[in-house]
Design a protein around this ligand. Structure first.
Ligand code: SGN
Ligand code: CA
Length: 496
């Protein structure tokens, strides 16, 4: 019944469009009113490092421009991904489907560009589409009138871009160049008779966290608050948390990651000669200096885009959104990287400004997921939404009208094991309070291990309550919900 209703709902825009089709030619003026969309997306930008989200960096004023979007628009407090890793997240962004449906389970799989993607559908309803920056999906992009992307992970300095014309190298820092290219398209590539969708995808702040020289200097030696869980010993959790390879203490490299030979770092190491816990603290500070300097660079460049939109008057009819491909650990649990279904990497930032539609300074706490983005873009454009997309349009939420049947739980599935950082495969279900995770497969003792967290009483997810007798009924209900979600999303057993 619920599925049936959802399908009908999804066809609604198509019906509306069909009804309007006759008057489309006569409706040029109406067409001109359809909003533009500017989607800004960064790589590994943790919500903890956005002022508007609060938290321990709030007072550092790291993201004044992104915070402006929160002030002038809406901040989503419970935005999540379905598979916390780069390329799969981007495949979900374009297809509106979980990994098992779009075929991009991990960073290594090939992406099938021939499959349906929202930008192809936007083109069909008369939008111009452009993609600039990191997409991390090999092969020629489809459905973009203009595309200029970094191959694979791309380079921080003097990045090479691939486009329909071939390869071109630009001199400078990738964050600035991606902005330059986006502004260039806005200034010279836009056909003013049509609405547009521009995607601006930054490489920063991805490892190995290389800021521009200016930002690096501004952050050298700065000291940042430590997370409460920097020295987590993983007691109370299972094999996956104990045996990952993403800790500041053991995994982070002194040379590439922490730039021990940079003059400021060299001097600091010689002076302090840190060891043991002090060395972990030193590494954390060095990591934060570079990571947050990358964020400052992204924010400054978001500011350049916002300034141009304002100066050109485009801002009035443009939906501006900011998000990242997933969350990231900024020392929480002693970690960097992502992949885990724990909050810091499962959650992702999401902000949206839509003048006249989104109430300024609003906050939304509904459960949203990256499967929703494609449908949201289509809905904004008034385009039909295919029934096999797996998300829900965020447009009602943006209007402050959460539908009564909005989802109350999320499905998650991470696959890339064995692989970098050794995070075991896992899937799980989360509702607004509880999270049930099932780690499974190779190198999980007994083939599977379950964890349960109560985020209300244990927001840092330090103690699994899975074996707690009082949680028996809760576990049963969540397992049932996991099963229901797997049926709804048509997940094959263990994904692949
Ligand atoms: C690189 C990084 C890893 C990171 C993966 C995936 N190592 O391999 O730390 O997890 O990318 O990141 S590095 O030494 O090359 O920086 S992702 O964002 O593409 O998923
Ligand atoms: Ca990423």
């Amino acid at each position: 019944m619920q599925l049936m209703k959802k399908r009908l709902l999804k066809f609604r825009p198509a019906v509306v469009l069909a009804m309007c089709a006759g008057s489309l030619a006569a409706g040029v003026a109406k067409e001109a009113k359809r909003p533009n969309i500017v989607w800004m997306f960064s790589d590994d930008h943790a919500y903890q490092a956005i002022g508007a989200y609060g938290g321990r960096f709030e007072k550092e004023n790291l993201t004044p421009n992104i915070d402006t979007l929160a002030k002038e628009g809406m901040i989503f407090e419970k935005a999540y991904v379905g598979n916390s890793i780069c390329a799969p997240s981007r495949a979900t962004l374009l297809t509106g489907k979980h990994s098992h449906k779009n075929g991009k389970f991990d960073n290594r799989d090939e992406f099938d560009h021939d499959q349906p993607q929202f930008q192809k559908m936007l083109q069909k309803v008369g939008y111009q589409t452009a993609m600039i920056g990191k997409i991390h999906l090999n092969g020629a992009m489809q459905g973009f009138d203009y595309w200029e992307v970094l191959p694979g992970q791309g380079r921080y300095r003097n990045p090479v871009f691939v486009s329909a014309e071939g390869e071109k190298t630009y001199e400078g820092h990738s964050t600035e160049i991606i902005t330059d290219r986006a502004l260039n398209w806005l200034k010279t590539g836009v056909d003013e008779s049509k609405p547009f969708m521009l995607m601006v995808h930054y490489k920063a702040p991805h490892r190995t966290w290389i800021p521009s020289e200016k930002q690096q200097k501004a952050f050298e030696g700065r000291q940042f608050p430590e997370p409460e869980t920097l020295f987590d010993d993983y007691e109370g959790r299972g094999t996956a948390a104990h045996e990952q390879d993403m800790s500041i203490e053991k995994t982070m490299r002194m040379s590439q990651d922490l730039k021990k030979n940079r003059p400021d770092r060299k001097a600091s190491l010689e002076k302090l000669k840190p060891e043991g816990k002090d060395l972990v603290r030193w590494k954390y500070q060095a990591y934060m200096q570079d990571y947050l300097a990358c964020i400052a660079g992204v924010d400054e460049n978001v500011g350049r885009i916002l300034a141009y939109l304002k100066e050109s008057g485009l801002d009035e009819n443009t939906v501006v959104m900011y998000s990242a491909d997933q969350g990231f650990y900024l020392g929480e649990h002693g970690w960097f990287d992502k992949r885990m279904m724990y909050e810091e990497s499962f959650r992702t930032p999401l902000l949206a400004r839509w003048p006249g539609v989104v109430k300024e300074g609003s906050r939304n706490a509904d459960l949203v997921q990256n499967i929703d983005f494609a449908e949201t873009f289509l809905d904004i454009a008034g385009a039909p939404i295919p029934a096999d997309m797996q998300g829900m349009s965020l447009v009602p939420l943006l209007k402050g009208e959460t539908p009564a049947d909005w989802r109350t739980s999320l499905y998650y599935h991470y696959y890339e094991y064995p692989g970098p950082h050794s995070v075991r495969r896992h899937e799980g279900v989360a509702d607004a309070r509880y999270k049930l995770i099932r780690f499974y497969g190779r190198d999980v003792p007994g083939g599977e291990e379950w964890e349960l967290y109560d985020l209300k009483n244990d927001p840092n997810e330090m103690t699994s309550l899975y074996d707690h007798p009082e949680m028996k009924e809760r576990v049963k209900a969540l397992k049932q919900e996991l099963k229901r979600l797997k049926e709804q999303y048509e997940v094959p057993e263990d994904g692949k």
